[in-house]
Ligand binder design. Structure first.
Ligand code: CA
Length: 182
């Protein structure tokens, strides 16, 4: 199951770089280059995490963040804000609008990636865990192996993905289409 990431950035070179690198890290990427398009995409298909530039055409990152936080269904989507502003006051303004973390340009990709993992871990520890455990069942995401009461179970790739999906989304009901989309 790939995590859906929305990158909102109007600087094309940076957008391409982020897209390329996060794609390599295994995220399913969608992009927007202005605030309004981003908002439409979030309403239509909410991502698992949003990387949001502060200065954007049409709707600023701060305003977009406020709107997302006001929406009951989307208020918990983790948001990391990118900004050229490094002032303490701006940082406070960013955090007050509801962003989960904040990174000042220029930044290293590795630092952004680490912060994203930390934010995801805080919002849902299962999302980035290497091992998913439910009662006596253990799924190892790195080695792609499954164990029941310490005995290995053989699963095909689709069965593995389905089990992983259900283990990361417990106590929820999904339609066939929703499952196929993941
Ligand atoms: Ca910008």
């Amino acid at each position: 199951m790939k995590l859906k990431m929305l990158i909102v950035e109007d600087e094309e070179a940076l957008l391409d770089l982020l897209k390329f690198n996060f794609n390599k890290e295994g995220y399913k990427i969608d992009t927007a280059t202005d605030g309004e398009t981003a908002l439409e995409k979030i309403l239509y298909k909410p991502p698992d995490i949003i990387i949001l530039d502060w200065m954007l055409p049409k709707l600023s990152g701060i305003e977009l963040c406020r709107r997302i936080r006001k929406n009951k269904e989307h208020k918990n989507i983790p948001i990391i804000m990118l900004t050229a502003k490094g002032e303490e006051e701006d940082k406070i303004k960013g955090l007050e609008s509801g962003v989960d973390d904040y990174i000042t340009k220029p930044f290293s990709f590795n630092e952004l990636s680490a912060r994203i993992k930390a934010v995801l871990r805080r919002s849902d520890p299962n999302i980035v865990a290497n091992d998913l455990i439910f009662e006596d069942l253990k799924l190892d995401r790195i080695e792609k192996r499954v164990f029941r009461a310490d005995k290995e179970i053989q699963l095909g790739p689709t069965e593995f993905r389905l089990l992983e999906f259900f283990l990361t989304n417990p106590k929820r009901v999904y339609s066939r289409d929703q499952i196929l989309e993941t």
